[in-house]
Design a protein around this ligand. Structure first.
Ligand code: ZN
Length: 91
């Protein structure tokens, strides 16, 4: 899509939006593409719902990454705790 059409009545389709949504949420679209996506979202409630769903998915995926880091820390702490117990005299 290299030709720039300033006439936004020539809107992108839902399919175009679905293909562009990741780049849109990452801010990776050109200003022209962003305008087209925004223009489509202004008239298509279905795609607004889809973008919101994608935003939630990306946010949840980010949280899962944080949890994975936290789990690694927890395992390190458990290992320290285990070593500490072994150092103590038994009985
Ligand atoms: Zn749509």
């Amino acid at each position: 899509m290299n030709h720039i059409n300033p006439n936004y009545h020539d809107l992108i389709t839902c399919r175009d939006l679905v293909e562009a949504v990741t780049a849109y949420l990452e801010g990776a679209l050109s200003p022209d593409e962003r305008t087209r996506v925004a223009a489509h979202l202004a008239v298509c409630a279905q795609c607004v719902a889809y973008v919101e769903e994608m935003e939630t998915t990306i946010r949840v995926a980010g949280r899962l990454r944080d949890r994975a880091i936290a789990t690694g820390t927890e395992q390190a702490l458990l290992r320290l705790f285990h070593d500490w117990r072994q150092d103590r005299p038994v009985g």
